[in-house]
Ligand binder design. Structure first.
Ligand code: ACO
Length: 156
């Protein structure tokens, strides 16, 4: 997708449907999503008036915001949309005066970890047993049970 020039990023309006099918690509339990979605900002990326990706931003404190969920429609993955949205989020939070942006993922989510590190996020902390304590079912990723969350941080 050439420089993602055809993509418009905007905040979801209050009367629009929460894009659960996309959010569930990144976070497999609706009950986990519902723990953060109602006190977060939802951004959507549109191409030809169709939503193809989303990210969810939660304000943590005066200095810090966190991307709680980022997901790109399968048909549009690996074309730079996710990177574009991560840069968009970092730019927006900087504009608003925050100092850092957090993002968390499974300690075995190698593809996601690589992407975030490539974009300047640095390992910040590990939340032990996050995926055991917060999800109803055991989650496997890359053939291994998901237990700990790695939180990465980028100074914006
Ligand atoms: N053409 C080809 N390849 C490209 C281009 C381009 N124009 N731009 C970037 N790439 C490469 C990147 O360098 C990257 O390479 P790598 O795999 O070697 O690191 C790869 O494509 C992926 O980068 P993007 O295309 O920018 O990422 P994508 O649009 O696929 O989004 C995401 C990444 C969000 C993880 C997506 O794969 C997805 O939705 N996955 C399912 C849900 C998920 O796992 N979400 C994250 C969970 S953690 C959380 O939500 C907080």
């Amino acid at each position: 997708m050439s420089a993602n020039s055809e993509i418009i990023v905007r905040q979801l309006e209050e009367d629009e449907k929460i894009p659960y099918p996309l959010l569930l690509l990144a976070d497999e339990a609706m009950e986990a999503i519902n723990k953060y979605i109602f006190d977060s900002e939802i951004y959507v990326a549109e191409r030809n008036n169709k939503i193809i990706a989303t990210y969810v931003l939660k304000i943590i404190d005066n200095d810090t915001a966190e991307i709680k969920n980022i997901a790109v429609d399968r048909a549009f993955q690996n074309r730079g949309v996710g990177s574009f949205l991560l840069k968009h989020a970092a730019g927006k939070v900087k504009e608003r005066g925050f100092k850092s942006l957090l993002i968390g993922t499974g300690d075995n989510s190698l593809h996601q970890l690589n992407l975030y590190r490539k974009l300047g996020f640095i390992d910040f902390k590990i939340i032990k047993d996050f995926f055991i304590e917060n999800y109803p079912n055991t989650i496997y990723e890359n053939g291994k049970q998901l237990k700990d969350m790695v939180v990465l941080k980028k100074d914006v």
